[in-house]
Ligand binder design. Structure first.
Ligand code: GAR
Length: 227
């Protein structure tokens, strides 16, 4: 099967990027990361990319007069790499129609909360401080509103009363590392059909994976083999 050429956008540590790289190297994620682009120069994810010989680019939003100008330059750079889809893996910027239209229907984002609750930056902290009993994470298509597009996969992760939000965030992150590669693989397989707010997952000829987390967790749609 030919690999889907993608770009990954980051702003920070890049542990979700690492999860993608790991699944590619395990041979179960059929994408080719053409470029990792960060809007922050010091993002550790850039080092992760370099370690795996993936081309990187730093493009600071501060160097542009408008969001549209920044997005236009990202589009120019990413199109040159041959990327056909974009995975936002901890990219802390709202994108404009300039970017959306260039990769229409082929941009996905990971968010560390059960959308539509706790959209925006710091979703895990807000959920933890609110006192929810169940938090989680979401992979969704990106549209013009923040953390709003049609939902591809979600994982529900219990929050323990009084627990430190950092501990909850770490547990959520471990599940992010499974659902983001899975959603990316579904995108690569062309199995995601969007009807309004609904994403329908085409059937696959693969075994379902064990939901083998060592803490209670519900993931839907269920993960497939290897994720
Ligand atoms: C992740 O928790 C991701 O869900 C979140 O940023 C973190 C990046 O971590 N994204 C958002 O909050 C987007 N609204 P990473 O750099 O280690 O992958």
């Amino acid at each position: 099967m030919s690999k889907l050429p993608i770009a990954v956008l980051i702003s920070g540590g890049g542990s979700n990027l690492q999860a993608l790289i790991d699944k590619i190297e395990e041979g179960i994620l059929d994408v080719d990361i053409k470029m990792v682009l960060s809007n922050r120069a010091g993002a550790y994810g850039l080092e992760r990319a370099k370690t795996h010989s993936i081309p990187t680019c730093v493009l600071s939003h501060k160097d542009f007069k408008s969001r549209e100008d920044f997005d236009g330059e990202m589009v120019r750079i990413l199109k040159e790499t041959g990327a056909q889809a974009v995975v936002m893996a901890g990219f802390m910027r709202i994108i404009t129609p300039v970017f959306l239209n260039a990769f229409s229907g082929r941009i996905i984002n990971i968010h560390p909360a059960l959308l539509p609750s706790f959209a925006g930056a710091g979703g895990q902290t807000e959920a933890g401080e609110y006192g929810v009993q169940i938090s989680g994470c979401t992979v969704h298509f990106v549209d013009e509103k923040m953390d709003n597009g049609a939902i591809i996969i979600q994982a529900a992760v219990p929050a323990m009363p009084g627990e430190d939000v950092d501990v909850l965030a770490k547990r959520i992150l471990r599940v992010e590392h499974r659902i983001l590669p899975q959603a990316t693989q579904w995108l690569a397989e062309g199995r995601l059909r969007t009807e309004g707010r609904f994403v329908k997952l085409g059937l696959a000829d693969v075994a379902k994976a064990e939901q083998d987390t060592d803490f209670p967790c519900l993931i839907n749609p269920p993960l497939e083999y290897g994720f």
